[in-house]
Design a protein around this ligand. Structure first.
Ligand code: C2G
Length: 132
């Protein structure tokens, strides 16, 4: 069954993250594996200018604890995706459609699927709602 790979920050974990991961796992089926690359704090700051509310170790532990997730790896740079697809024998790469088209270069290696985002929720919104 297919191995599926996705990437994200997963800060202030919320239902939008969960829905994305569960839909990614559904593509892997019972025998396939869902591998999730969680962005490190350094990558988030250096590459996305994002300061996380929750440190990498805790974000990775939360994602790893999910029944639908089989393996968690660190995301340390934009360029690692090509190697990760090879290394983990990935058949399907999945991202939310806010990234639509951004990873089509992986289509030479695997299927690329963009799922509709869950509206009305984001880590930024959660933070703002909480702290104003
Ligand atoms: N997501 C979603 N619905 C939301 C929020 C997020 O479906 N309401 C999806 C995003 O599209 C993404 C995943 O959940 O596929 C993780 O979202 P983020 O943690 O915001 O990840 P991001 O900062 O976009 O990092 O190299 C890719 C990057 O690491 C992605």
């Amino acid at each position: 069954m297919p191995n599926v790979l996705t990437y994200g920050t997963f800060d202030l974990f919320h239902i939008g993250h969960l829905r994305l991961l569960e839909r990614a796992k559904a593509l892997a089926g019972a025998d396939g594996k869902l591998i999730v690359a969680v962005s490190t704090d350094e990558f988030n700051w250096n590459a996305k200018q994002k300061k996380c509310a929750i440190p990498y170790e805790e974000r990775a532990a939360i994602v790893a604890a999910l029944r639908c997730v089989d393996k968690v790896i660190p995301e340390e740079c934009w360029e690692q995706k090509t190697q990760d697809v090879e290394k983990y024998n990935v058949d399907i790469f999945v991202m939310g459609n806010d990234w639509e088209g951004k990873f089509d270069f992986l289509q030479s290696q695997c299927e690329v699927v963009y799922h509709p985002r869950t509206e009305g929720i984001s880590s930024t919104k959660s933070n703002t709602d909480l702290h104003g």
